[in-house]
Design a protein around this ligand. Sequence first.
Ligand code: A2P
Length: 289
Amino acid sequence: MCKILILEGERSVLSLTSTAKLHNDVEMPRLGLGVYKMEDGKEVVEAVKSAIELGYRHIDTASFYGNEEGVGKAIKESDIPREDLFITTKVWNDEQGYENTLEAFDRSLNKLGLDYIDLYLIHWPVPGKFTDTWKALEKLYKDGKVKAIGVSNFLPHHLEELMKDAEITPMVNQIELHPELHQQQTREFCAANGIQVEAWSPLAKGKYFDAPVLKELAEKYEKTPAQIILRWDFQNDIVAIPKSTNKDRQQQNADIFDFELTEEEIKRIDELNLDEKGRTGPHPDEFDY
Ligand code: A2P
């Protein structure tokens, strides 16, 4: 009995640390904790600490979230070696441009209390700015201050524009992505260019947890609709960063490695796709920059 429990414990820790290899060979954990809208201070510190205790090694924040200090405090107070953690942050829209981005990076690094970032992203494709912002990210990468660089909310036409002038192809594109919003063209563009796709709001905040196909599969596998969605991500090679401040739900979201959806089931989940109608956040071309 004891042995089984230990083995299961080991298995879940190992699975939570399973990684996607980026095109520069950096290993990115395939499941992370998103901290958007967590308040700086107690809320974010406790959420990040509990996730790390559960075995999460990947934390996704942004300067816009205003909680980098809390994330940094939680990292410092956990006993995990820095190199075992994967920390993402992002440059916000009004921080873009070459010099501004270099300064924004230093601010984020200071708030986090770190001496390097694992993944630094351009948060949104601010028109007229993002190519200069990218040059700053390339410099930070070449200077060894960040292990990988990427973008967020970029459509294929933004990526094309960025790559025309870039020395380094983005390693990651983090986009809103879930069964109701497939982003097929962006995913195909990323796959063709070796860019890892990462899903923000993978659970769409539970908006359609009561979809019959999710309920049916949840019952079949003795899981929850959230776990079925996260497993759909995992089997589609999408890195996901579900947000939860609640330890039980953090644990639930990490417990997706002991079952496998069939191809037929994945296709049935795919039928939930509403394309643009499934978007819960802004469209990158309509954002009020
Ligand atoms: P909470 O923080 O109280 O757990 P997303 O990452 O897709 O934006 O979803 C985040 C939202 O979904 C949060 O409101 C979070 O609330 C909730 N949530 C996260 N995990 C689960 C889960 N396993 N079941 C139900 N709700 C969840």
